[in-house]
Design a protein around this ligand. Structure first.
Ligand SMILES: [Cu+2]
Ligand SMILES: [Zn+2]
Length: 239
């Protein structure tokens, strides 16, 4: 059968956990959907409490929401009454940063979307001690040695560069600054309802953009990008 005609569904209903305690039962199901060359992965955790109330938590690790959710709906239908299920959808992506501009700065970035809020966590190593800017830039293209292939700051609302949330305007990619210690390690967490992971609103969707870490500090006023210096680490935000 032709792969591109048929939705090749490898549904590994692997019962990973089947833990039971007195008040509730919980089971986790891994869902994998393979279509053409794309792979979607999710984990569905179904919890039944002592009153028989069913809730479902869907963690989408990669791929298309709709593909995964249509599969999840099939599973849910099999396991009972779909209307009465309380469902929570969590989307998670994680990827690595790569050193740029002759630096040794790398690290990991994680995004998690839950109830309309995106939580961002970045962990960096190999930096110089001090303050570093971190932004979302326009394109998930880290191919150039200086990181400039990722374009300017992501600015879907056509505002000035600035500190996040200020009235005079800010780019939706203006995350801000964080500190690196004497060993060159730093971390940053940030959360906002002004982003989404793969939704239809292009003023919110950060998929297909890039994370850039700079050598210097963002002064939060210089146009168009805060005068933060060289781009020392880059990662495309891709699923
Ligand atoms: Cu930047
Ligand atoms: Zn900016």
């Amino acid at each position: 059968m032709k792969k591109n005609i048929f939705l090749l569904v490898c549904l590994s209903i692997g019962l990973i956990t089947g833990c039971k305690n007195r008040s509730k039962t919980q089971k986790s199901i891994m869902v994998k959907v393979e279509q053409n060359d794309s792979l979607s992965k999710a984990e569905v955790t179904i919890t039944t409490d002592k009153n028989g109330k069913v809730s479902e938590e869907v963690q989408i690790f990669e791929g298309n929401n709709e593909e995964v959710m249509s599969k999840v709906n099939l599973i849910t239908k099999k396991s009972g009454n779909i209307e009465n299920i309380e469902r929570k959808i969590i989307k998670k992506i994680q990827f690595s940063l790569n050193a740029k501009s002759g630096s040794k700065a790398n690290g990991t970035i994680a995004f998690k979307e839950e109830d309309g809020v995106v939580l961002f966590e970045g962990t960096l190593t190999g930096l110089s001690k001090g303050t570093h800017a971190i932004h979302i830039h326009e394109k998930a293209d880290c191919s150039s040695e200086d990181g400039k292939s990722s374009g300017g700051h992501w600015n879907p609302t056509f505002e000035n560069h600035g500190a996040w949330g200020v009235e005079s305007g800010y780019h939706r990619g203006d995350i801000g600054n964080f500190q690196a210690d004497a060993d060159g390690n730093g971390s940053i967490t940030f959360s906002t309802d002004q982003w989404c992971l793969g939704c239809d609103d292009e003023t919110k969707n950060i998929i297909g953009k890039a994370i850039i870490v700079h050598k210097g500090e963002d002064d939060l006023v210089s146009q168009p990008s805060g005068a933060a210096g060289a781009r020392v680490s880059c990662a495309g935000i891709i699923e």
